[in-house]
Design a binder for this molecule. Structure first.
Ligand SMILES: [Zn+2]
Length: 394
């Protein structure tokens, strides 16, 4: 089994080793070394990236895994023979990022525990998002209190130490945040005066290295709360993204960033008012249109017309206006085929069944519709004004 150098020195980014085994694997080959500083995906923390140099060859590491025997496997595209001396280099930015996220998680989980007695049930440290799941629901105000307590610990710049204990000796350790299922020798991460956890991850050496812990959002999850958080560089990047968004919104609205919510509220009120005025204007136009259409009503009280700019709603409003006068039967279609169709009749024209007429027209000219004896409508009708008049004359 390889000696895991990151256990005692998570800041180590370069090391020398000897290849112990080289086997075919899904991504070509996997190598075991006698010692390694590469962190394998485990305990909710993703693996390191980096490369191995063997003589004049540089081989990238695409994945690092560990197996049931606790062997660490370095996944590579080229074979390196056992016995070869290699030097390994860890991707510094990625390692630092996960040290910040993982230590940030321990600090935040312990803060939720101390301030709110909210236990962390599970943790996810992703390449983009990190979450922790609390056993109970917490309010926005409670979250802020835990966030404040966590950042207080960060800014205290407390030492983070690594030590080992036998699992059987930990049963009565009051500081341990969560009972460990492990047996035998257990690695402990001790954040002075704040948290003691059994953990194999890569952590910072002082809490100040975490920089900042920011809660990005919360959601209800399995009867508790899922907290999405960012630490260190990610918190800065998130701040920049939010700042750019707020600035862009402020520029568009020609207000200061802090005034964006008020400006949006005003804009929404203005929009509602404009929509009301537009609706009133449409109603006025429809009345005028109905009045002008009325001149086309023939001696029998029949009007058939095409309204080029109308939709189904405008047709219905116009038809209703027209049949407010006694003795009328009105059939209106919209501008382009397939048309919307509305047939209406005045209250005193009980001799006409608008619903039956619409069904009859749909049967002959396509479309779907129906309605009451006094008002009926259809859509998708392929009919001309002339054909419509012929049906209604009979
Ligand atoms: Zn951990």
């Amino acid at each position: 089994m390889s000696n895991r150098l990151y256990y005692d020195d998570p800041a180590l980014l370069a090391f020398d080793a000897t290849v112990r085994a080289c086997e075919p694997a899904a991504d070509r080959y996997r190598l075991a070394l006698d010692r390694t500083a590469f962190y394998p995906t485990s305990g909710g923390q993703p693996h390191d990236l980096g490369h191995l140099q063997a003589a004049d060859r540089v081989v990238s590491i695409s994945n690092v895994t560990s197996d049931d025997e606790e062997e660490v496997w370095h996944h590579v595209s080229e074979a390196i023979a056992p016995g070869t001396h290699v030097s390994g280099t860890i991707d510094r930015v990625r390692r630092q990022d996960f040290r910040q996220q993982h230590s940030g998680q321990h600090i935040l989980s312990a803060a939720f525990d101390h301030v709110l007695s909210a236990r962390t049930e599970s943790v996810h440290l992703g390449v983009e998002d990190c979450t922790l799941d609390l056993h109970r629901e917490v309010t926005a105000d409670e979250c802020r209190r835990a966030e404040d307590a966590a950042n207080g610990v960060v800014w205290d710049n407390r030492p983070v130490s690594i030590r080992y204990a036998d699992a059987s000796d930990l049963a009565h350790e009051p500081r341990l945040r969560k009972i460990t299922a492990r047996e035998g020798r257990v690695r402990l991460i001790d954040i002075a005066g704040h948290d003691l956890s059994a953990c194999g991850g890569t952590h910072v050496s002082t809490t100040g290295e975490v920089g900042l812990i920011a809660i990005r959002g919360t959601e209800r999850f399995r009867g508790g709360t899922r907290v999405t958080f960012l630490a260190g560089r990610r918190a800065l990047e998130s701040y920049r993204a939010l700042r750019d968004t707020a600035d862009a919104a402020a520029r568009t609205l020609s207000v200061a960033a802090a005034d964006v919510p008020d400006a949006l509220m005003r804009l929404r009120e203005d929009l509602k008012q404009e929509q009301r005025r537009a609706m009133e204007a449409i109603e006025r136009v429809t009345v005028l249109q109905a009045e002008s259409l009325a001149s086309g009503v023939d001696a029998s009280g029949l009007l058939v017309a095409e309204l080029p700019a109308a939709d189904a709603l405008a047709l219905r409003v116009s038809a209703s206006q027209l049949v407010a006068v006694a003795g009328r039967v009105v059939a209106l279609i919209s501008g382009s085929s397939p048309h919307a169709l509305v047939i209406a009749r005045s209250a005193d024209r009980a001799d006409v069944d608008a619903g039956a007429l619409v069904r009859q027209i749909c049967a002959a000219h396509g479309g779907k519709g129906g309605g009451r004896p006094d008002l009926a409508q259809a859509g998708g009708v392929d009919v001309t004004v002339e054909a419509l008049r012929a049906v209604l004359k009979t």
